[in-house]
Design a protein around this ligand. Structure first.
Ligand SMILES: CC(=O)N[C@H]1[C@@H](OP(=O)(O)OP(=O)(O)OC[C@H]2O[C@@H](n3ccc(=O)[nH]c3=O)[C@H](O)[C@@H]2O)O[C@H](CO)[C@@H](O)[C@@H]1O
Ligand SMILES: C=C(OP(=O)(O)O)C(=O)O
Length: 432
């Protein structure tokens, strides 16, 4: 078993560079399957466990995938005939595997994908994805834990209103519609920057997607798409996580490669807490020189406050004075980290879909377990501000979404290491 061991009490100072976005690269790599000619070259690909998983899914479908992690590049050739089935093995490991369904259905007229099921943060159904495929003429059926979509000939353009601006449904429908006959409108579409990145990628392949980033996306279907060169946008959640790391240690950190326009809600709320945030020539500078004050936050679809920053900001709020409330509206069960933060002496109460904090808590190092990807980051962040030593386990969650998280924090001055605990001794895995 591996653990991250962090000793609190060190201010973080310096510069850190963020990687390409996990939530942009996964739909783009799935969308690469739309190309029936040429090769797709995808750059600024972060070296994440989820990237290995999606690459395995693409290979299992018959695409040729060359991955050069040292160059942050993936080359995909999907020009030969592809299989139509995404198996349980991959979908159960990573829900975003469902994003191959749109491209496969559009290309093959048939797709069979393992039902993703729920996870630690909520039930996460895919009814909105399927509603879109159905509106485009597909017949949907379920059996043996799989969902199947089938169409005679090509998918047909349609007007699709999403009941909720689901990120995955918008991406899956947009990809499918790229090769459909006629024009598709997605109304109440998700507006996340990652949606815009996927739309840009489809257009670079020769597609016609208009309006991504607004709540109505128009997709004029084309007959074929061709491989292209695409650069993935920077990871706004990794950037936000380092913003919290700087603030929670009352440090002074410049985040290189962040796009502030992708993080307006987070920047606004952190400023409201008293964090100094300035756009400087070399990046986004985060500085704290006083005690922070608690605020109220509600997670919302973009451009609202991102649910993927909820747990990290909760850790920060525990160090602030006064009463603060965080309300989670996107996922119904994204509070598993609360119990772990309580074990670190966090003063938090759950009240329905909200948590109430009375701060500042006198955070104390403890043995804690990550319950999901962002919870892993939040517990490490809390450890940076705790008295004594925190040990965080279940690091496979962290590796899904952060590259060398502990090394980046150590380079900023954190006392942190990743150890293997095969025997009773802790063996340091990597040092700076
Ligand atoms: C790989 C990726 O990009 N993951 C992100 C994506 O996940 P994902 O695409 O799964 O998130 P969605 O926006 O689809 O889900 C948001 C909410 O809508 C519900 N829903 C979704 C689809 C559907 O068909 N029916 C339905 O009810 C979900 O259960 C959830 O409560 O957006 C989330 C919300 O910003 C982020 O937390 C994830 O990090
Ligand atoms: C919830 C997340 O990702 P996924 O949708 O891949 O589980 C996340 O990135 O925080």
């Amino acid at each position: 078993m591996e653990k991250i061991v962090v000793k609190g009490g060190h201010k973080l100072i310096g510069k850190v560079r963020v990687e390409g976005a996990k939530n942009a690269v996964l739909p783009v790599l799935a969308g690469a399957l739309l190309a029936t000619k040429g090769k797709n070259i995808i750059r600024d690909v972060a070296n994440l466990a989820d990237v290995y998983t999606i690459n395995e899914v693409l290979k299992s479908l018959g695409a040729t995938v060359e991955y050069f992690p040292e160059k942050n590049e993936v080359i995909i050739d999907s020009s030969s005939t592809l299989s139509s089935e995404a198996e349980f093995e991959y979908v159960s490991k990573m829900r975003a595997s469902i994003l191959v369904m749109g491209p496969i259905l559009a290309r093959n007229g048939f797709a069979r994908v393992s039902l993703p099921g729920g996870c630690a943060i909520g039930s996460r159904p895919i009814d909105q994805h399927l509603k879109g495929f159905k509106a485009m003429g597909a017949e949907i059926s379920f059996g043996h834990g799989y969902v199947e979509a089938k169409i005679d000939g090509r998918l047909k353009g349609a007007k699709i209103y999403l009941d909720f601006p689901s990120v995955g449904a918008t991406e899956n429908i947009m990809s499918a519609a790229a090769l459909a006959e006629g024009t598709t409108f997605i109304e109440n579409a998700a507006r996340e920057p990652e949606i815009v990145d996927l739309a840009n990628f489809i257009n670079e392949m020769g597609g016609r997607v208009i309006g991504a980033g607004t709540d109505t996306i128009r997709i004029e279907g084309v007959y074929e798409l061709e491989g292209t060169l695409h650069h993935i946008i920077p990871d706004r959640i990794e950037a936000g996580t380092f913003m919290v790391a700087a603030a929670i240690t009352k440090g002074d950190v410049t985040i290189v490669n962040a796009i502030p326009e992708h993080m307006t809600a987070l920047i606004a709320k952190m400023k409201e807490m008293g964090v100094h945030i300035n756009e400087e020539e070399d990046g986004l500078r985060i500085r704290v020189d006083k005690t922070l004050k608690s605020v109220d936050i509600k997670t919302m679809p973009h451009p609202g406050f991102p649910t993927d920053m909820q747990s990290q900001v909760m850790a920060l709020m525990l160090t602030a004075t006064g009463n603060g409330m965080i309300t989670e509206t996107v996922f119904e069960n994204r509070f598993m980290h609360v119990e772990e933060l309580r074990r670190m002496n966090g003063n938090i109460k759950i009240d329905g879909r909200s948590v109430i904090m009375q701060g500042p808590s006198n955070l104390q190092g403890a043995e804690v377990a990550a319950t999901d990807l962002r919870a892993a980051a939040a517990l490490i962040l809390a450890g940076l501000a705790s008295e004594g030593v925190t040990r965080v386990t279940e690091l496979y969650h962290l590796d899904r979404g952060y590259v060398n998280f502990h090394l980046k924090l150590a380079a900023l001055g954190a006392d942190i290491e990743r150890v293997s605990t095969e025997s009773s001794d802790e063996v340091v895995m990597q040092t700076v």
